[in-house]
Design a protein around this ligand. Structure first.
Ligand code: ACO
Length: 326
């Protein structure tokens, strides 16, 4: 029986839209190349200097409203992010103060694009082990703050945004059925930001070499993404005793349309049962699944009783999957 269920969802994205034609003015690229290779048409980008906490608190407030839960009822806040407001303290604590969640324990979690699903499993585990009754799990990123806008290999891929869910006690069959997490530290350098920590402090030399921006071996990451996401899906379905046709909707991490289609094909899941918004938001890392989940709710793509699969992959390498009955 499930222990925790999603009571409400919310998301927030910046108003500012950066289109592929805008990028054509910035680097040697084209709308056609970006569309064919990634499926991305546009992404949302904050006005420089906007902190993650602003977007994440908005997403959290919307999730609380949707759940009919007050901030004071929240016992736990977990924020999955790699682009917090500051190195410390945790941005989850800043959000706690902004929304008035006076009684919560709050911390950040670093698992890149897997941050939201990692947070979901950890929150469920802490609710079970420590008796927390209501939790906020948020995934949010201001990736524009660590993109090298001269690097066409990466700058076309990423966007900003935040998504949140409120968790409470499960009711009957409804709730988180099963989650799987995985990591493989052998491939750290396929996707990383080497210059934001103690390894390469932000000296003028390191900054001039763009060490504080995203570095990625795109083709290698692509290969690992399809394999890891397929394996994570296989594992969660098998362990939960579910077959792909049982899923009313699959919400994959929105990194690249070709990766999403590759995973869906492997499980024979038709496109109309896969939620896709990568065309409008690009890759928002830990925010991508909770943004898609909230949109899917508002679009009537998820109804009470539906079984929804989620699967993700990110730097680390990390991956995660979940099956939830709504
Ligand atoms: N515009 C035009 N040409 C470009 C661009 C661009 N924006 N970027 C690269 N190219 C060029 C390359 O220089 C290369 O040229 P060359 O053949 O003359 O050397 C050519 O296009 C092909 O480059 P590839 O890297 O082989 O292109 P590929 O088909 O692999 O697509 C891409 C690149 C889109 C990055 C793809 O590999 C990919 O999506 N990888 C996964 C990336 C990803 O999803 N990362 C995040 C996942 S985890 C997370 O979400 C944090």
């Amino acid at each position: 029986m499930p222990h925790a269920m999603i009571l409400g969802t919310g998301h927030a994205v910046p108003d500012r839209i950066l289109t592929n034609s805008d990028l054509e003015q910035m680097v040697d690229t084209s709308d056609q190349w970006i569309m064919e290779r990634t499926g991305i048409k546009e992404r949302r980008i904050v006005t420089p200097g906007t902190p993650l906490s602003a977007l994440a608190a908005e997403a959290a407030t919307r999730a609380l409203d949707a759940a009919g839960v007050t901030a004071e009822e929240i016992d736990l806040i977990i924020l999955g992010t790699v682009t917090g407001d500051m190195k410390f303290p945790a941005t989850a604590c800043i959000i706690q103060e902004m929304i008035g969640a006076k009684h919560a324990v709050a911390f950040d979690l670093s698992a890149a694009c897997s941050g939201f699903l990692y947070g979901l499993q950890i929150a469920e585990g802490l609710m079970l082990a420590s008796g927390y009754r209501k939790a906020l799990v948020i995934g949010g990123e201001i990736l524009s703050s660590m993109v090298n806008w001269q690097d066409r290999d990466t700058c076309v891929l990423f966007g900003d945004g935040a998504g949140a869910v409120v968790l409470g006690a499960a009711e009957g069959e409804r709730g988180i059925i099963h989650t799987c997490l995985g990591s493989d530290g052998a491939h750290v350098k396929l996707l990383y930001n080497p210059g934001c920590g103690s390894l390469n402090p932000p000296t003028p030399e390191n900054t001039a070499e763009q060490l504080h921006t995203i570095h990625m071996a795109g083709r290698e990451v692509f290969r690992h993404a399809v394999t890891a996401m397929s394996n994570a899906m296989q594992q969660v379905l098998q362990e939960a005793g579910i077959v792909p046709t049982d899923l009313q909707l699959l919400i994959p991490h929105q990194a690249n349309l070709r990766i999403i289609e590759g995973v869906a094909k492997r499980f024979d899941i038709p496109t109309d049962r896969v939620y896709i918004n990568v065309d409008r938001f690009g890759n928002t890392s830990s925010a991508s699944i909770p943004i898609a989940l909230d949109e899917a709710f508002h679009a009537g793509r998820i109804r009470p009783g539906d079984l929804v699969g989620m699967v993700t992959f990110g730097a680390g390498l990390t991956w995660a999957s979940a099956v939830i009955r709504f």
